[in-house]
Design a protein around this ligand. Structure first.
Ligand code: PLP
Length: 433
């Protein structure tokens, strides 16, 4: 029965069809409409609904609100920048002072030596750019057969064209073409580095442009790399002349306790995507750090120098860039990345305690202030996340019946322990029901 049939039958589906005009993202609409949490205010690690409920933001929104919500300094920076110049594009001869300054700042922080920086509006944009640039690189090198992009099982790289096609979460790929939206993609297993070597041999390095991976897989369930895994991926790339794209959209700017996960795990990518944590969500901004091997040919002083045909109106948006610069000042001034290292210890202890007490917790994982809890099949992560809302806490169900733990970097030890205690309570209440 369709919703229209339900309405014809005069039943409760009517309220769904009469719901808000705004189409919710990534949602089974009948399950969410009529019970949406409308957030209209935030303070630090907390957000408030329009009916006045105060919620601890244990996920930092979608892993983005690293410095917490509604920081007055950033509001002031955005206000002043918009009064001076909202933005000016960076196509051809034009650019703007804030995008230039942000480029310098990011290149200086980059784990890639002598990086150039491409700016855009978010993580999905950045993945599209990185994959396009990887293919363009090999085409320009005269090796046009190198088009395949390999990614990991359960990977999430956003939902634009490339992100959809290289998704490791199959439900995000289905329905946009016979095989995928963008051709020439393949996936390898989650933690199995040997499988990558076998897959590269089977496909042939002459057909592979790049391997893309999240250093710590996020939406796939918070899966830190097994020991040596990323080093092996890097070696496979180096040995086979394949580009390594690290997707640091979640991990970038401190989430794993180093400025970038590349530094925590000791790998150097050819391309690195970032978004969320560059502004903590105070402005939509993302980008790609590009290694000299890729950018140098585009900078040769010759009439024959190729052009990378990519750009967007809001690439290098001046207000977004001004906000990012001020945000990075706050991150550094307040020692928030160092603080993540302290919080990692608190989180690990709390999750190990939870796992020891609760038989329904079958696994816990931590990397920096990024945690995952896997529940047994007796409980659903979705229902625990719902129960947590009633207790005043936000978590999120992820793949594999897991819960997302990724609060802002400004949480106190007590708040973090209180959050895990609330999860403990929610599980106990469900078990005893
Ligand atoms: N890559 C990763 C690893 C992500 O987790 C996300 C979003 O969660 C994206 C890319 C897409 O970023 P955005 O939602 O800003 O487009």
């Amino acid at each position: 029965m369709t919703l229209t049939d339900h309405v014809a039958a005069g039943n409760s589906a009517r309220s769904i069809l009469d719901g808000p005009a705004l189409w919710p993202a990534q949602a089974h609409l009948p399950s969410v409409l009529g019970r949406q949490l409308i957030i209209d205010r935030g303070v630090g690690s907390y957000v408030f609904t329009t009916d006045g409920q105060k919620l601890f933001d244990g996920t930092a929104g979608l892993w983005h609100a690293n410095i917490g919500h509604a920081h007055p300094e950033l509001a002031e920076v955005a206000f002043q920048q918009m009064r001076k110049l909202e933005t000016y594009h960076i196509f051809a001869r034009f650019t703007n002072d804030k995008a230039l300054a942000l480029g310098e700042r990011l290149a200086a922080m980059s784990p890639i030596q002598r990086s150039k920086v491409i700016l855009n509006s978010g993580g999905s944009d950045s993945i599209d750019v990185a994959c396009k640039l990887a293919r363009r690189h090999w085409q320009r090198e005269g090796r046009a057969t190198k088009t395949m992009i390999l990614s990991r099982e359960f990977a999430y790289h956003g939902l634009h064209a490339f992100g959809t096609s290289i998704a490791g979460l199959q439900f995000n790929r289905d329905g946009y073409g016979t095989e995928s939206l963008v051709p020439d993609t393949a996936r390898f297993p989650l933690h199995d580095a040997d499988a990558i070597t076998a897959m590269v041999a089977e496909i042939g390095a002459d057909n592979i442009a790049a391997i893309v991976t999240e250093p710590v897989q996020g939406t796939g369930g918070v899966n830190p790399p097994s020991p040596g895994y990323l080093e092996t991926v890097e070696k496979v790339c180096r040995d086979n002349d394949i580009l390594l794209i690290l997707d640091e959209v979640i991990t970038g700017f401190g989430r794993t306790g180093k400025m970038f996960a590349a530094q925590r795990f000791g790998v150097t990518p050819d391309l690195m995507t970032f978004a969320k944590g560059v502004t903590s969500g105070y402005a939509p901004l993302g980008g790609v750090l590009v290694s000299p091997r890729i950018w140098e040919p585009f900078y040769v002083d010759s009439p024959d120098t190729p052009i990378f045909r990519h750009g967007a109106t809001y690439a290098g948006h001046a207000t977004a860039s001004a906000v990012a610069l001020a945000h990075l000042d706050i991150l550094e001034r307040d020692g928030l990345v160092e603080r993540v290292n302290e919080l990692e210890v608190v989180l690990r202890d709390a999750l190990q305690g939870l796992s020891a007490r609760q038989g329904e917790v079958v696994d816990v994982r931590v990397s920096g202030l990024l945690g995952g809890i896997t529940l047994s099949d007796n409980l659903s992560a979705e229902s625990i996340a719902d129960d947590l809302i009633d207790l005043g806490y936000i978590s999120r169900p992820l793949r594999g019946n897991s819960l997302q733990i990724s609060p802002p970097f400004i949480v106190t030890d007590d708040e973090l322990e209180g959050y895990i205690a609330a999860i403990d309570t929610a599980i106990t209440e469900r078990v005893n029901r």
